[in-house]
Ligand binder design. Structure first.
Ligand SMILES: [Zn+2]
Length: 693
């Protein structure tokens, strides 16, 4: 999803049209041919582009192109045409043509692209790592915002891209591949888009190509030779996801689908291909997480486009339809766990300073904006689905895709589509979730049970501080072998409930299936890596036995977004002074007060550790175990126990990818164990007063 910049430019021009009489008339481009030659040794691109204008074009043609590009010639109707440049734009004066005749403008240019790609970057939330354009012998990437071709303000109706490069350097971009061959010292390929939807990106490198066909859709893997063995797994999975989403929403809207490896760690979903960095593509879970996510963007974000003026709904929808739905299809419990992790992420990562209304989300810039734009939004789609049912929910999306593919759609359009399918006006239900920051804080209060003859009567209240959300929440009363669910419509700040049972109630649970977005209380939160990422009170304690080098520790902290955290040698760490802080402790501390409450089944010794009955004592082993800090309510501690400097170095940049876990074991940088210890308690589960324990 990278169409934001382009869309803004487009809107700007639409906005100008009412005063067009005073402005030069803007010509419309019907067809564009882009021919580029890549010279990686010199980081150079030599390009020629032919733009065919709609008949009757007069006035000027405005194109955006990298300001550093050197323009060799500009011709219109076969003759040199005057042009002006400034602000990354060029304006070409068009000659008069005969009535009804098409006009062709040709621009020849050259430009160096050499943004430095990070060698070993810590994970950041900027998915581009600051690289817009780089042509190198390791690989080439030209983003749609790099200005690597002269781009008209409004996309052409058809676009062809021809790329030539030194033999063996394979290029890939949007559209159908109509030709590819190596002749002599040149490898060439030609791509054609039937529905250009904005800017276009290009990648090239020494790729090994693997191909197959998924019900008429060509599937490609463009992988570096050392990772080529991963290609079959990616292609097989991609074919399955394409089938699944096509059955859900309608035919796949592009000419091909490709998985392309990048030489720096991106995770982009472009129209008709996804660009995934080498270090990421090797992570074992990407094929079941990022891949379905990027494929689902083919329908939502790249197929049906986002009207960014009204906020970005596509990340939340894709998170729900890909990341989440994959889990729900495994089991109801896996789906519930995923929803709980969304709530836990939000509570761990979004503080009052970072919070903002969902409608203002445009793209992720840090873990907090991700928890809002992806997580909270996914929960909103879940609540809509719970309210209107699967038939109306998926039916609305199918209909929206059928009618609005390749046009920009807003939150309000989506809500309208769901309302129509459900036969119920949903805007007042959705409004507070879109327009208010945060969410409801729900708790059980005054819960008591009374025996009346052979029956039991359970009474209590559900409290909600703000009273701003039209919510129906489930209250579950559980006995030893029975349970009873009651749907409670919340009204104001305190809503009473009463449940009668013929069995002895043991406990009462609020929203047991996690169907509602709410702000969890600290005691309801599991201790996870995300708590460290979201901590505003983190101290890093380095013990004498910490095997990680200083460079490795700072790399780890940077990847967790905690580069500013204070490092303290254990001899200077006063446990009493650290009572109100979250801790990351490297190596076994001499002061046991610095240790977290270790998860069940975890034990540590001087020469190793054990998890779930298995002992780890090898040089390459590493443990990260999180828990609450005894005596420090709401605070967590992480014990980082690498058994050598190399074990720490190999796992350092991977830990951040496991944000939702609180127990991790790595061996030689490979993940061996991942788990999340359950939270200690909370206000959502209570034992009613009056019941004998
Ligand atoms: Zn996405």
């Amino acid at each position: 999803m990278k169409s934001f910049l382009h869309l803004t430019v487009f809107i700007l021009f639409l906005g100008l049209s009412p005063v067009a009489c005073a402005m030069p008339i803007e010509a419309r481009v019907v067809r564009q041919e882009i021919r580029v030659r890549l010279l990686p040794e010199r980081h150079l691109l030599e390009g020629e582009s032919v733009l065919e204008l709609a008949p009757g074009a007069v006035g000027t043609l405005t194109l955006s192109l990298n300001p550093a590009a050197e323009i060799e010639t500009v011709a219109a109707a076969g003759r040199g045409a005057p042009f002006r440049r400034g602000d990354g734009r060029m304006q070409v004066d068009l000659p008069r043509t005969e009535e009804g005749a098409a006009l062709r403008v040709t621009v020849r240019y050259r430009c160096v692209f050499n943004d430095p790609a990070p060698e070993r970057p810590a994970v950041t939330e900027d998915p581009s790592y600051g690289v817009k354009g780089a042509i190198t012998s390791r690989g080439s990437y030209l983003g749609s915002d790099a200005g690597w071709y002269p781009a008209p303000a409004a996309g052409p109706t058809r676009r062809t891209i021809a790329v030539s490069a030194p033999a063996g350097i394979e290029a890939i971009t949007a559209g159908r591949r109509v030709m590819r061959k190596t002749e002599g010292r040149i490898t060439r390929s030609v791509w054609e888009e039937a529905h250009p939807t904005g800017g276009v990106s290009l990648s090239a490198g020494p790729y090994v190509i693997e191909e197959r066909d998924a019900a008429g859709i060509p599937l490609y893997a463009y992988f570096h030779p050392e990772d080529a063995h991963l290609a079959p797994r990616y292609l097989e999975a991609a074919a399955g996801y394409l089938r699944f989403y096509a059955a859900q929403f309608g035919p796949y809207p592009f000419e091909k689908f490709a998985v392309v490896e990048n030489f720096f760690p991106t995770g982009y979903g472009f129209p008709s291909y996804t660009l995934i960095g080498a270090t990421v593509i090797r992570l074992p879970f990407i094929v079941t997480t990022s891949l379905p996510h990027e494929i689902a963007h083919s329908w939502w974000g790249n197929g049906v486009l986002v009207d960014y003026r009204e906020g970005n709904w596509c990340e939340g929808l894709v998170t729900y339809l890909a990341d989440y739905l994959q889990e729900e299809r495994k089991s109801a419990a896996a789906g519930r766990d995923y929803r709980f992790r969304i709530l836990a992420d939000y509570a761990s990562l979004v503080g009052p300073v970072e919070d903002f209304p969902l409608r203002l989300f445009v793209g992720r810039t840090d873990p907090a904006s991700r928890a809002i734009g992806y997580g909270k939004a996914a929960m909103l789609f879940h609540m809509i689905r719970m309210r209107i049912g699967d038939r109306a929910f998926f039916g609305a999306l199918r209909e929206l895709f059928r009618k609005r593919c390749f046009t920009a759609v807003s939150w309000d359009d989506l809500v309208q589509a769901f309302s129509t399918a459900a036969g119920e006006e949903l805007s007042s239900f959705v409004k507070p979730w879109l327009d208010l920051p945060g969410g409801p804080r729900l708790a059980l209060a005054e819960v008591a049970a009374r025996r009346q003859g052979r029956r039991w009567q359970v009474r209590g209240k559900v409290t909600e501080e703000r009273g701003a959300y039209p919510l129906t929440v489930t209250v579950r009363v559980e006995g030893k072998a029975n349970r009873s669910d009651t749907a409670l419509r919340l009204a104001g700040g305190r809503t009473p409930f009463a449940v009668a049972t013929v069995w002895r109630p043991a406990r009462v649970i609020l929203d047991p299936e996690v169907d509602v977005f709410r702000l969890l209380a600290p005691a309801e939160l599991p201790a996870t890596v995300n708590r460290i990422k979201g901590s505003r009170e983190l101290t890093v304690v380095v013990t004498r036995r910490c095997a990680a080098g200083g460079g490795t520790l700072s790399l780890l902290l940077r990847s967790l977004g905690q580069e500013g955290a204070k490092l303290l040698p254990e001899e200077n760490a006063d446990p009493a002074a650290l009572a109100g802080r979250d801790l990351l402790v490297c190596g076994m501390p001499a002061h046991r007060e610095l240790l977290p409450e270790l998860p069940e089944g975890v034990s540590v010794a001087a020469d190793g550790f054990a998890v779930g009955g298995k002992r780890y004592g090898g040089e390459e082993d590493l443990l990260l175990a999180m828990g609450v800090r005894p005596g420090s309510p709401g605070r967590v501690a992480a014990l980082l126990l690498p058994l050598s400097a190399s074990a720490a170095d190999k796992a350092a940049l991977k830990i951040t990818h496991y944000g939702r876990y609180g127990l991790l074991v790595f061996s030689g940088g490979e993940n061996r164990v991942k788990g999340t210890p359950p939270p200690a308690g909370g206000e959502g589960v209570v034992i009613p007063q009056g019941v004998r324990r």
